[in-house]
Design a protein. Structure first.
Length: 95
């Protein structure tokens, strides 16, 4: 989704809140841009292919950069990984 583009909340989807909160006996849901933000967070914090039983190519490899020295090459490589994984969400066209 490019800055300034408008998507209807129905297009952005609905999901269970990642904290698994409950209200009146039901799980709390997130929708709209909150759902997109949660989906990106979930993808980036999930180890790549750790959910391959359910999803192909899901997750990210950002953990591979933990503990690496802050060389420009490492930072550029990490930024590329994050950008690539975020763009895998069909609701995102640019980041």
């Amino acid at each position: 989704m490019k800055s300034g583009d408008y998507m209807d909340n129905r297009e952005l989807g609905v999901d269970v809140n990642r904290q698994w909160q409950q209200f009146d006996g039901d799980l709390v849901l997130v929708s709209g841009t909150d759902n997109v933000e949660q989906a990106i967070f979930n993808r980036l914090t999930c180890r790549y292919d750790s959910m391959s039983y359910f999803y192909l190519d899901y997750g990210s490899r950002i953990r591979e950069w933990m503990g690496k020295v802050n060389f420009e090459q490492n930072l550029n490589s990490l930024a590329s990984e994050v950008s690539m994984r975020v763009k895998e969400d069909p609701r995102i066209s640019d980041c």
